[in-house]
Each structure stands twice: as structure tokens, then as C-alpha cells.
Design a protein around this ligand. Structure first.
Ligand SMILES: [Cu+2]
Length: 184
């Protein structure tokens, strides 16, 4: 009889505990605590790393941190190095002046994904301004940016590269013809 009362009590407590869990869903979720560079930071020196510290430990298998420039091109960076609740990516190319977006996706203790993004700006007074893509002067670098952006499901890269090569060739022929005309 007494054992039965104790187990009934335990069952009641267990049920109460279960009911209390969904009452505080926010506590179960991971969230960004600190970021370097910070949100909306304006840096006079280009950063070489992005470090994000979260509330909960990170699972390296489910931690994504990406960096995109103002043209939405993904900046080459290492896979996140995870240390406890902190994830760090190393940027693999010098950042030109401009605005960048850091996007992250991590997993909470309850298994739910948490994602977000923020921006920072590089404004190095010693650096030249970021090259704006100009249709008047097609450069190999500009066409490479276009094809990289299309990898996410746009036009086939071959068509874009082929088009860029044709445009550069046409520009070269035009310049040659103009020079010949001027010479004669
Ligand atoms: Cu959740």
C-alpha cells in the first residue's frame, strides 16, 4: 500500500516535471552571446577571423558560420573550429572595404536549429574602395564572381564563363580594330 502511494507520488512529480519543460522553451535554445567582429561594427582594419560565442556548447557537426560580401558572394573561409560554446572561422582572403554579412546556424540542446545573421563593415582608410562590378570593363575577376554566385542553382557556370570569355574577346577585337583604324 505504501509503495503504491510512493510510486503514485513519483508519477505525479514526473508528470509535473514534464509539464514544466515546455513552459520555458527559450531556456532550451541556443543563442549568440558575443561576436567578433561585433554586430554593426565599423572596422578600420580588416578582420582575419570571425568568432561567435554561444550560450550552449556547439556540436561541430552541426555548426555553420559563413561570410558573404555586399554582392552576396561567399568569402572563402575555413570550416568552423569549435571550442566549447565558441566557433571560429578563419577568413582565407584579405577583405576589401565594404559591408559583410556573417550567417550562422547551430543546434540547441533540444535538437532545434538556431540561425541568424548580422553585418559588419570594413572601412580601412588606407585600402582602396571595393571594386564595384562595372559592365563597361569586363575583367576576369568580375566574371569569376558571377559564376561563383551562380553555383547555388543559377545558370550553368559554363554558359557564364563562355559568355564572359566571348565578351572579353569581343572587347579585344574592337580595341584592335579601333587602333588599326587610327593608325591608317
Ligand atoms: Cu526547441
Amino acid at each position: 500500500m505504501r509503495t503504491r502511494t510512493v510510486s503514485a507520488l513519483l508519477a505525479a512529480l514526473f508528470t509535473a516535471a514534464l509539464l514544466l519543460v515546455p513552459a520555458t522553451p527559450a531556456a532550451a535554445h541556443n543563442s549568440l552571446q558575443e561576436a567578433t567582429p561585433a554586430r554593426d561594427a565599423r572596422l578600420t582594419t580588416a578582420p582575419t577571423q570571425v568568432t561567435l560565442r554561444f550560450l550552449q556548447r556547439l556540436n561541430p557537426a552541426f555548426t555553420t558560420i559563413t561570410l558573404r560580401d555586399a554582392t552576396d558572394r561567399q568569402v572563402p573561409a575555413s570550416a568552423p573550429a569549435v571550442d566549447g560554446a565558441t566557433g571560429t572561422v578563419t577568413i582565407e582572403e584579405p577583405l576589401a572595404n565594404g559591408t559583410y554579412t556573417v550567417a550562422y546556424r547551430v543546434v540547441s540542446r533540444d535538437g532545434h536549429p538556431v540561425q541568424g545573421s548580422y553585418r559588419f563593415t570594413v572601412a580601412d582608410p588606407a585600402a582602396p574602395p571595393a571594386a564595384a562590378p562595372s559592365p563597361a570593363t569586363p575583367s576576369p575577376a568580375a566574371s569569376a564572381d558571377v559564376s561563383a554566385g551562380a553555383d547555388d542553382g543559377g545558370l550553368p557556370v559554363g554558359i557564364l564563363v563562355g559568355g564572359a570569355v566571348a565578351a572579353v574577346a569581343a572587347a579585344g577585337v574592337t580595341a584592335l580594330l579601333l587602333r588599326r583604324r587610327r593608325a591608317s
